[in-house]
Every structure is written in structure tokens, then in C-alpha cells.
Design a protein around this ligand. Structure first.
Ligand SMILES: [Zn+2]
Length: 326
């Protein structure tokens, strides 16, 4: 049996999976991302999660054909290094994550960009299977994007697909990236939470933070936004409406440029809010589409929480399925 491993390195959690040749998940493990220390501590957490996933899969770690890692920051796949992963502790510089994992686990490690591997997973095994070209939109704490053109990932010079930083309003709201008017400034869960806190300070009412406290959370998670929307919370509804409009506008501009067949909506909020919101994003795209007579398909990601880790496992040579016939 030729099984392989995949790890999604996120800002809050590390998700590891073991996958067989038919792309079935044999085992998985999830651990919190270290908040202190440095890159070696993160590498240790990744190795621990991979060990645990192999245990649950009842597979010998050493028998894996390889492992893939989807990482934030600047990934140099050839060198196996990650540079400037700002959400990870002490990771301002460059760290040789690939070699560190190879040493710890005894199997070859392959690195890729976290959002791009999640897009590749949807393209190869998920909602994007019927299409040869698509845009992946990951609506979560930030807004990430990935591009597949003619069955191949497009990352430009390494930073392509940054849909979250497509400008939808000139001189608009400040984005977490420091620039103004980006999609993420309106639609990122982090930016929306900051906006909600500011509105509350200014005396506006919302149940968002009450729900957060009831659930014992310190952040407005996707589930909290969903709950507030279900209860008709005015502030939540307005902020999400604004987010949907920003994503629709940004995606429409990307479609005018690339004319891909499909848009796959993933990420914590995208998956949680589901197809009704994907449909609303399409409605918000329509007025901006140059070819409004044939919009792209807009669908929710199918691989859910495991998409990033499954996509990372496709980095292992020989793992990726051949594209569907035209
Ligand atoms: Zn930005």
C-alpha cells in the first residue's frame, strides 16, 4: 500500500492526514499551532501531528511515500524553505522546514503555498473536478485566493492569487495588510471582528459578542457569525452583506481578467455559510461581469476542513490524479 502524508500549517491549528493511493483519508490528527518559541517548535508540532495521524491510520510513518506541507509565508519549494510567515511565532526570517521535517520523520518532505494547495485539492478531488480553470476563494480570518489555469496552478512569481488584496474601493477601509480598500478589509473575519468591536464602542448594539461569551470563545468564529445571522442580528447582517459585496466585486474583476470556468468558495466562513452565500456572491458579481451572459459556476468547496492537508499531500510526486478529460 502506498500511503502519503499531508499537513496544513495554519495560524491556529496544524492539521495532518494520511491518505491512500485512492485519495481516501486513512487517519488524521489536529494540534494547536505553537504561539511561542520559533520555527523549530512549529516543525516539532508538525512532526508530532504527523506521528499521531499515522498512528490513527495504523500506518508505519517510515512507509509513507512522502509528506506534503501547505505553509503560509514565502515558500521556496526547491530549497524547502519558508520565509516571513508572520502569523507563526518567531518566523520573520527563513527556515528550512522541509529538511527539518525530513530529519524528524525520515520521509521526503515537499512544501507548497497553503492556499494554492487547498485550491489544487478542490481542483483535483473536490468541487473543481469538472473544470480545467478556476479561482479558489478562501473566506476565513483573511481572504485567500488560488488560481488554476488549464489544469495547472498559477502562482506568478510566487505571490499570484492574492484575491484578498484586490482593491474594491479606492482609498477605502484599512486592510490588515496595511493598504486600503482591499477585499479583505471588508470581508476578512479578522477585519469584520475589528469593525464590530469599533461599532460597539461607538454605542451600536449586537449579540455577536454575547454569543461569543456563551460559547466560551475569545474570537468571533464562523459559527458565531452564522448564529447571529440566523437570529437576524442587524450588525452581523450588515457586516456580512458588505463582505459578500466586496468578495463579489473582487471576484468579478478577477473573472474579467482571467475568464475561468468556476469559482470555488472555501475557508471557514465560506464552508459554514454554504451554497446560499455562494449564490449571493454570484449575484453580487453580476453587475460587474463584462460577459454577464455567461457567468462562471460558483460552488462551495467540497473537501471541508481537511482540504488544505489533502491538497498538501498532492505535493508528493506521483500523488496527483490526472486531470479529467475535456
Ligand atoms: Zn490588503
Amino acid at each position: 500500500m502506498s500511503a502519503r502524508g499531508g499537513i496544513d500549517l495554519g495560524g491556529t491549528k496544524v492539521q495532518a492526514v494520511v491518505i491512500d493511493a485512492q485519495h481516501q483519508v486513512l487517519g488524521q490528527a489536529r494540534v494547536p499551532t505553537p504561539t511561542e518559541g520559533g520555527p523549530q517548535d512549529v516543525a516539532d508540532a508538525l512532526a508530532g501531528a504527523m506521528h499521531e495521524a499515522a498512528d490513527t491510520a495504523r500506518v508505519e510513518l517510515g512507509s509513507l511515500t512522502g509528506i506534503g506541507v501547505g505553509s503560509p509565508g514565502g515558500v521556496d519549494a526547491g530549497a524547502g524553505t519558508v520565509r516571513g510567515a508572520g502569523n507563526l511565532p518567531g518566523w520573520e526570517g527563513t527556515f528550512a522546514l522541509g529538511p527539518a521535517l525530513q530529519d524528524a520523520l525520515g520521509v521526503p518532505a515537499h512544501l507548497g503555498n497553503d492556499v494554492q494547495v487547498a485550491t489544487d485539492a478542490e481542483a483535483a478531488l473536490g468541487a473543481g473536478r469538472p473544470f480545467h480553470s478556476l479561482l479558489g476563494v478562501f473566506w476565513g480570518t483573511g481572504v485567500g485566493g488560488g488560481i488554476v489555469l488549464d489544469d495547472r496552478p498559477w502562482i506568478g512569481r510566487g505571490a499570484g492569487g492574492e484575491l484578498g488584496h484586490v482593491v474594491v474601493k479606492e482609498d477605502g477601509r484599512v486592510c490588515p495588510c496595511g493598504r486600503k480598500g482591499c477585499v479583505e478589509a471588508y470581508a476578512g473575519r479578522g477585519a469584520m471582528e475589528a469593525r464590530a468591536r469599533k461599532l460597539v464602542e461607538e454605542g451600536h448594539h449586537t449579540d455577536l459578542f454575547k454569543v461569543m461569551e456563551e460559547r466560551g470563545r475569545t474570537r468571533l468564529t464562523s459559527g458565531i457569525w452564522e448564529r447571529a445571522l440566523e437570529h437576524g442580528d442587524d450588525m452581523a447582517t450588515e457586516l456580512i452583506d458588505r463582505a459578500v459585496a466586496a468578495i463579489g466585486t473582487g471576484v468579478a474583476s478577477a473573472i474579467n481578467l482571467l475568464d475561468v470556468e468556476a469559482v470555488i468558495i472555501g475557508g471557514g466562513l465560506g464552508i459554514r455559510l454554504g451554497q446560499p452565500y455562494a449564490d449571493r456572491i454570484l449575484e453580487q458579481m453580476r453587475p460587474h461581469l463584462f460577459r454577464d451572459d455567461r457567468p462562471p459556476a460558483v460552488r462551495v468547496a467540497q473537501l471541508g476542513d481537511l482540504g488544505g492537508a489533502i491538497g498538501a499531500s498532492l505535493l508528493v510526486p506521483g500523488a496527483a490524479p490526472t486531470p479529467a478529460a475535456a
